[in-house]
Design a protein around this ligand. Structure first.
Ligand SMILES: Cc1ncc(COP(=O)(O)O)c(C=O)c1O
Length: 364
């Protein structure tokens, strides 16, 4: 099948660009002697996770237990869940999922650690736990320093728990446009993590894993060398927002745009306005509007749940007719992917495969 024959809107993947992104991550990290555990919250796909692991990733991250359950069931066997797993019901599910995969969890709370310790001991399971440290995001995580050391000791005091290291992720700085400023911000966060490592080591505990980092801070995390592994997610497909930020040495982004929404013109009420079949249900808006690929000066505006409105910046006629197809570049890959059941995989203009978005909507 050719791309022109597809019904729209659909999520398309440029297979060659995806493969190059995966290879580049492997090359960049292996040259620096650092591991990578890509975040599967971006793609929610067992197929893509396995491609990353086959290329050299040590496993994947999942944001939620439900994402991990789906990927483990599809044979992804090494997973870090980067959000605390809290409460009896979820810890029971975690223990069931452990029959399918090695799963590491994060924690930032004594009660949660004690419940994990109690339930895993009863079940005869040994569970690896990382302490999440808040290195500036103001989301989950203990304050850097002695609090992490205290929790690490509590973990180590449980027979069934193993203190495995620290997680520190600073999401707020990943898209700082100026590369030098981003590096500066990253250094401030990394210092909080290195100070915490020192406190934990004073308590005579070993920090085996130091995990964090995203696509935006990757060049600096690699250069800095504190993290033992990076959790980059978006690099695999990229998006308009990540593509627009500065990269070190004024270089182009190290990764290529590999994800598009194929959409079609369903109405052209006037020459200066074309209406397409992709609105809020086909492309996310949390990072702004998508870009229109291949038509210079053509801009997108949301026209509601089901429609997008295209205009030319200079007010001239939109060079599209009813039924014409075009591609949008999503502004945010993660939230756009979660709107679709499947990826249509392209080599050039030919459809070569269809992959399910296995963990779509799995937010529990
Ligand atoms: C904990 C954590 N680690 C890593 C990432 C991956 O970041 P990015 O998609 O910017 O590479 C995210 C993304 O939200 C995250 O929440």
């Amino acid at each position: 099948m050719k791309i022109e024959e597809l019904d729209t809107p659909v999520l398309t993947v440029n297979a060659a660009a995806l493969e190059r992104n995966i290879e580049r991550m492997e090359r960049m990290t292996s040259a620096a002697g650092i591991s990578y555990r890509p975040h599967a919250k971006t793609h929610k796909s067992a197929k893509v996770a396995k491609m990353q692991i086959d290329a050299g990733a040590i496993g994947v991250c999942c944001a939620k237990l439900a994402e991990a359950e789906v990927l483990a069931n599809e044979g992804v066997d090494n997973i870090l869940i980067t959000t605390p797993v809290v409460g009896e019901s979820k810890i029971s599910r975690l223990m069931a999922a452990r029959n399918m995969a090695k799963i590491i969890v994060v924690a930032d709370n004594v009660d949660n650690i004690n419940m994990l310790g109690g339930m895993t001991q009863l079940a005869g399971i040994e569970q690896d736990v990382l302490i999440e440290v808040d290195i500036g995001q103001g989301r989950c995580g203990v304050e850097p320093g002695i609090e992490a050391a205290r929790l690490a000791q509590i973990i180590a005091g449980h027979k069934s728990l193993k203190f495995a290291g620290l997680q520190g992720y600073q999401g707020k700085i990943q898209m700082t446009v100026d590369a030098a400023e981003r590096e500066h911000q990253n250094e401030a966060s990394i210092r909080k993590l290195s100070g915490t490592v020192a406190e934990v080591e004073k308590a005579r505990l070993e920090v085996g894993i130091l995990t964090g980092g995203g696509t935006g801070t990757l060049p600096f995390d690699i250069k800095r060398g504190l993290l033992t592994e990076v959790q980059t997610g978006s690099y695999v497909f990229m998006d308009a927002r990540y593509n627009s930020i500065g990269w070190p040495g004024a270089n182009a982004p190290p990764f290529e745009l590999a994800l598009h929404i194929l959409t079609a013109v369903v109405s052209k009420p006037s020459p200066d306005r074309a209406i397409i079949d992709a609105g809020l249900k086909a492309v996310s808006n949390d990072h702004g509007v998508p870009l229109v690929a291949g038509i210079d000066g053509c801009v997108f505006e949301f026209g509601g749940d089901e429609h997008g409105i295209l205009r030319m910046e200079d007010g001239s006629e939109v060079p599209l007719d009813l039924g014409d197809k075009l591609s949008l570049i999503p502004s945010h890959c993660d939230t756009t992917i979660n709107l679709f059941d499947q990826y249509i995989v392209l080599k050039g203009n030919t459809v070569v495969d269809v992959w399910p978005v296995d963990a779509r909507g799995r937010v529990q």
